[in-house]
Design a protein around this ligand. Structure first.
Ligand code: OXD
Ligand code: MN
Length: 583
């Protein structure tokens, strides 16, 4: 039996957008092969070398469509107050008056694809169904990798299940007509004039974070911009960590971390459950459990190499869609950082001939690979576990050249919530705007929280009240500290394992700490990092708290909180006061 509300919506959209034909995506092999053939023949995709990159393709976007557009992303509640000061807001009828006309007859001459997709493992009480309607076969191909698409979603939906509606059209890729609009009270996303991942793959940021964060607040769970990883100690104890970092700050690298040889020899193991989004819910035992709602990785290509992240590279060898990387003469791909020596020549991300001498980037700094998560060598058996994994620790992190030490632990959940609320990071290429500028990015959710940020913090505090002693411990890390010459002082990547080890030890009630005004710092003497050969001055920088820098930090935090006025939760205000007095 058909799902009447779904049929009705598809019919309604058909009447508005007037496509030439309608295709219901079943997610099958033959369907995607037909789409790939179509996109190769019309020049949308280039097929890569079948031996080195089986069933993989390269796409080049429009040059003005390479990142999320936060300035054109809107949260449309009836009241501005509900969207809060960190979101762009438009009243729903007003936004409909702007965006609905853009969809009129926009699919004329095009095929309309109806994509049923499931966010989360089949059979999980935490999973949810979305339907995306789009006129972009490129979006269909990405959604097939990033979500569980087709019949599996219709089976979950049944005859009367709830679903999130997502309507997308490429339009003419006119930046002035670009709108990424969310209507939480209609369970609806409307996205026009961009094909970039975060703007167009509506299951990802739009549903799994913005709308899901609203659903989480209403239903008592959490949708977070977090990776999920499992760590097994030499004693065989398995712990799970969720970690939130702003976009393009190494989440994928941490999620797929390969421990240094001495850790492997000792019996440590790291497994990947997710690299970008976590949905967290209380389990029957009162602990927080996390699932990864996605089915693939939409990873940043530049900087990814066999040295920095072999698991990511192995994940995107086959069945992968690359966007805006460079094309080598032998039909393989290249990006800055993939190999030390660049190719002698290539076609750059704009489609122009390129040589290393040209001085331009061959790949766009936000170029991406879309790859099936199941291909990751470190993927966890729990990736498909409908119950999710119990979370022992939550990590917040930013990209900070100064002030923030390598790692510290919060005193408790409320203080941990404060560490998340005061996260700051230097801007990256994942969003349009000036790279390097410092910005507040609470819980790495600034671009993704679908409602008032202060209400979101209150939700974190409420979850803590509910979970009590069962809540995960909360930590803060900074892999990006620099010395006075601007050089990174921490090696990062696999060596972040030293920090993860300390974190799981802390969760076990072990590990040496120094109590400081900002939280518990590890004692570097007990971290077994001698073999890293760090300069003693750098060790000092990584493991200490500079009172002057923190005075400035706390002033910046005080200023930042001004915009939330009376809405700032009491628990956050109390932590600010406590930090001030400790300093
Ligand atoms: C992403 C992002 O693509 O955060 O994951 O921008
Ligand atoms: Mn992300």
């Amino acid at each position: 039996m058909a799902h009447q509300a779904l049929e009705d919506w598809v019919q309604e959209v058909t009447q508005i957008t007037t496509p030439d034909s309608i295709h219901w995506c079943d997610g099958s092999e033959s369907e995607i092969n037909t789409l790939y053939e179509l996109m190769v023949s019309d020049g949308t995709l280039t097929k890569l070398d079948d031996h080195k990159h089986p069933d993989s393709y390269l796409a080049r976007s429009d040059i003005n469509d390479v990142a999320r557009v936060e300035g054109r992303t809107f949260i449309c509640f009836a009241q501005k107050e509900d969207a809060g000061p960190t979101n762009n807001w438009m009243e729903p009828t007003e936004m409909h008056a702007v965006i609905d006309p853009l969809f009129e007859e926009c699919m004329q001459g095009r095929v309309m694809y109806v994509i049923p997709y499931l966010m989360g493992p089949a059979g999980s009480a935490m999973s949810k169904v979305g339907i995306e309607i789009t006129d972009s076969p490129y979006v269909v191909a990405n959604m097939r990798i990033m979500t569980r698409m087709g019949q599996i979603a219709l089976d979950e939906l049944g005859e009367d299940g709830e679903f999130v509606k997502g309507l997308h059209s490429t339009g003419q890729l006119d930046p002035d007509q670009r709108y990424i609009s969310h209507f939480p009270d209609e369970n609806l996303i409307m996205s026009f004039s961009s094909n970039y991942g975060g703007n167009a793959l509506l299951g990802k940021k739009c549903f799994a974070l913005r709308l899901a964060s609203v659903l989480g607040k209403r239903e008592g769970w959490m949708a977070e911009h977090m990776l999920i990883l499992g760590i097994t100690s030499p004693e065989g104890k398995k712990s799970h960590i969720c970690a939130a970092f702003p976009s393009a700050c190494g989440k994928t690298n941490l999620a797929m971390l390969v421990p240094p040889q001495e850790f492997l020899d000792a019996g440590w193991k790291v497994e990947t459950v997710g690299d970008d989004i976590a949905w967290l819910k209380f389990g029957p035992d009162g602990r927080l459990y996390a699932i990864n709602p996605e089915y693939g990785f939409f990873g940043v290509a530049p900087g990814t190499s066999m040295e920095t992240n072999p698991n990511a590279l192995l994940s995107c060898r086959a069945n992968t869609l690359f966007t805006n990387v460079a094309l080598c003469p032998d039909n393989t791909v290249w990006w800055e950082g993939l190999t030390e020596a660049p190719p002698d020549s290539a076609i750059d991300w704009k489609g122009n001939p390129w040589t290393p001498e040209s001085g331009d980037k061959a790949a766009h700094p936000n170029s991406r690979f879309t790859a099936p998560a199941g291909q990751c060598p470190s993927i966890s058996d729990d990736f498909e576990n409908p119950a999710g994994v119990p979370i022992d620790a939550i990590i917040f992190g930013g990209r900070r050249s100064t002030t923030t030490p390598l790692v510290y632990e919060s005193y408790n959940w409320q203080h941990g919530t404060y560490l998340g609320a005061t996260m700051t990071s230097e801007k990256t290429a994942a969003a349009a705007g000036k790279v390097g500028e410092l910005r507040h990015d609470p819980m790495a959710m600034l671009p993704f929280c679908g409602y008032h940020m202060a209400d979101y913090w209150q939700h974190w505090l409420d979850m803590g009240e509910r979970g009590g002693d069962n809540m995960p411990r909360v930590f803060h890390v900074n892999w990006f500290r620099k010395d006075s010459e601007g050089k990174f002082v921490w090696p990062g990547f696999g060596d972040n394992m030293h920090v993860l080890k300390w974190i799981v030890e802390r969760c076990d009630g072990k590990g040496q700490v120094n109590e400081t005004p900002i939280g518990y710092l590890p004692d570097p003497a007990t971290m077994q990092i001698d073999e890293l050969g760090l300069d003693p001055n750098d060790v000092k920088v990584l493991f200490s708290v500079d009172a002057e820098e923190w005075q400035e930090e706390v002033e910046a935090q005080t200023d930042y909180f001004q915009m939330f006025g009376e809405k700032l939760p009491e628990g956050i205000r109390a932590e600010l006061d406590a930090l001030k007095s400790r300093l």
